[in-house]
Design a protein around this ligand. Structure first.
Ligand SMILES: Cc1ncc(COP(=O)(O)O)c(C=O)c1O
Length: 379
């Protein structure tokens, strides 16, 4: 390669990346079944119920409560744990706004601590330092699909008798030491919004192995009702967070592909580790040895502005935040800008490749051009 295509050289990549989301006859069939059943809502339906059970089982949980989106999953989890005014919840400063806004929605105080600069996940040492007598819970975010340090977080939260919640919105089917994420604490929450690893356009779920929490959270998500009781009895404060039958049906079909798709993305992630790792100035998100499968919602990496990838133009900048980014804003830090070192570095110098680009086989040419780019950059 003599020059980048951007500068008039030949294109290194000719095949397009796969289109996201994927669907086939399974979704079409499932949607038609719902249509023809005329049962389009959760309460009398079977599709969302089946999906809740299947998704929970897939992640090693006894219970699944499907909800309208991943934000709602966090809000219901807060209410299910009885978190409220005067309570503090510790969470990472590098995440989507919903992880923190769900705590505010419960009238509690989000306490932001910095992330590990290698994995971009919450730093357990800083979690320990942030605990006060008012702390009720810790939310771990599995950033881009990479699990937070669940060994340390579980030890800390067990010792201090705090609830551990896994915000797994990026991490469907990710594994920590061979076990799927989502049940290391009292609850795992997931998003099925359009860009996520499984989707029905919108949607979310909470999984749990804790009977008391499950009972409470299920009631919260269904207007305070209790199973087996009269439909118009409302026992606790709740709202309508129920997922529709259309979405449950689509998600059940999507779940059928999740394991295989995760294997492909994990493999492609390791290919990118190797190829991008050869380019001076690029540091891929660290893969902890204990992460045995990375769902790889996004493939993230640091760009060292002082390295050979220094950019002198504004082309890669997000129009509002000015962050340097290869695609969307690097991660979701814009509303929560704080001066802590690791998140500043991650937010200002990270780029990410969305999961769709990692979801093809080697035929889709994921690494095309990267070895040439490495040599151009002097790697
Ligand atoms: C880490 C994290 N938590 C929660 C959410 C909220 O999910 P939803 O958009 O489905 O409400 C998202 C969505 O992007 C997310 O990235």
């Amino acid at each position: 390669m003599s020059a980048l295509a951007l500068l008039g050289g030949e294109k290194a990549k000719s095949k397009p990346f796969p289109i996201w989301p994927h669907y086939d006859e399974a979704e079409e069939r499932a949607l038609k079944q719902v249509l023809e059943s005329r049962i389009w809502w959760r309460t009398p339906g079977t599709k969302t119920l089946e999906f809740e059970r299947a998704f929970a089982k897939f992640h090693g949980a006894r219970h699944g409560i499907a909800v309208t989106n991943g934000t709602a999953a966090l809000e219901v989890a807060m209410a299910g744990l009885g978190i409220g005014a005067g309570d503090e919840v510790i969470l990472p400063d590098f995440t989507f706004v919903a992880t923190a806004s769900a705590v505010l929605f419960a009238n509690a105080l989000p306490v932001l601590v910095d992330v590990d600069p290698g994995t971009y996940c919450i730093n357990p040492d800083l979690v320990e330092e942030a605990i006060t007598p008012r702390t009720k819970a810790v939310i771990a975010v599995h950033m881009g699909g990479h699990p937070a340090d669940l060994d340390r977080l579980k030890k800390i939260t067990d010792r201090k008798k705090l609830a551990l919640i896994e915000d797994s919105s990026h991490a469907h089917a990710s594994e920590w030491k061979g076990k799927r994420i989502g049940t290391f604490g009292v609850a795992g929450t997931f998003s099925f919004q359009s860009s996520k690893l499984m989707t029905a356009g919108e949607g979310g779920i909470i999984i749990s192995n804790d009977e008391k929490f499950e009972r409470q959270a299920r009631s919260v998500h269904d207007c305070g009702r209790m199973p087996g009781e009269w439909f118009y009895s409302h026992f606790i404060y709740g709202s309508n967070y129920r997922l529709s039958e259309w979405q449950g049906a689509v998600l059940q079909a999507q779940l059928g592909r999740l394991d295989e798709q995760t294997q492909v993305r994990h493999r492609n992630g390791r290919l990118l580790d190797r190829l991008l790792g050869m380019i001076p100035g690029i540091t891929p998100q660290k893969l902890d040895d204990r992460c045995t499968r990375n769902g790889q919602y996004a493939y993230s990496f640091h760009v060292d502005r002082h390295g050979s990838l220094h950019r002198s133009d504004e082309r890669g900048r997000h129009p509002e935040s000015g962050e340097l980014s290869a695609s969307a804003p690097a991660a979701h830090v814009s509303q929560w800008r704080v001066s802590k070192e690791a998140v500043r570095k991650a937010g200002e110098r990270a780029s990410c490749i969305p999961e769709a680009a990692l979801s093809g086989d080697s035929e889709s040419g994921l690494g095309d051009g990267l070895d040439s780019a490495a040599s151009l950059a002097g790697g």
